[in-house]
Design a protein around this ligand. Structure first.
Ligand code: NI
Ligand code: MN
Length: 219
């Protein structure tokens, strides 16, 4: 599986299926790809309804006839229904399955207008990716690998102010025990300025891979 960082909290997971998470591209000053240049997308995952996560989700789902996966209240909202896209409303603790693909929804400590904020664990080709969404630190993160199995990669916010800062995200790594971590949700705007090198140092001996928007990693 190839994981491409598209900037902010947006990632493209490419494998048996192409999955885009929190596709905030058009208004994202860091965006590494435009909506027009995306490969064929099968699933659009949205952690919560804030603009910097919902972003271009509906446009992308419509263009690619992809399925939107989100918390029930968002997936069944008037805007999503009226768009005519395929949408599956799920909730925390649940798993959407299709062949060998499993997409589970996890808790996130944050806010949202429609339903609760969430994170996702995506299992594809035998690899497990955790996207934390927007979240503060919570000790039950330790349950995530216990429930879903060990994590190959964790995508964690480090920018502070709206989410975990570097110190809290490094504590999260010690609860999650992923093979390695990619920091996200920082430096998009000055209010979420953070130093990923400081995060890397705070996580030692756990491994951190800093991706610039557009860079990718193969797991
Ligand atoms: Ni948010
Ligand atoms: Mn956010």
């Amino acid at each position: 599986m190839t994981i491409t960082y598209l900037g902010h909290a947006a990632f493209l997971l490419s494998g048996e299926k192409n999955i885009i998470i929190d596709p905030f591209l058009k208004e994202n000053p860091q965006a590494a790809l435009t909506v027009e240049r995306l490969p064929k997308i099968d699933f659009v995952l949205v952690t919560h309804d804030h603009d910097d996560h919902l972003g271009d989700a509906v446009t992308i789902a419509k263009k690619h006839n992809a399925t939107l996966l989100a918390i029930f209240e968002l997936a069944t909202s008037d805007d999503v229904r009226q768009s005519g896209i395929k949408a599956e409303g799920m909730n925390i603790g649940g798993t959407y399955r299709q062949n060998n693909l499993a997409i589970s929804m996890t808790q996130a400590l944050h806010s949202a207008t429609l339903g609760d904020p969430a994170g996702f664990v995506v299992e594809m080709e035998g690899k497990r990716v955790y996207h934390a969404g927007d979240t503060g630190l919570f000790s039950d993160m330790a349950l995530i690998p216990k429930i879903f199995g060990s994590l190959d990669i964790a995508l964690l916010p480090i920018g502070g102010y709206f989410v975990m800062d570097v110190k809290q995200a490094a504590m999260a790594v010690k609860l999650l025990y992923p093979k390695f971590t990619v920091p996200m949700h920082y430096n998009t705007w000055p209010i979420i300025a953070a130093r990923p090198e400081a995060f890397l140092k705070a996580c030692e001996p756990h491994r951190v891979k800093i991706l610039r928007p557009g860079e990718q990693v193969v797991i």
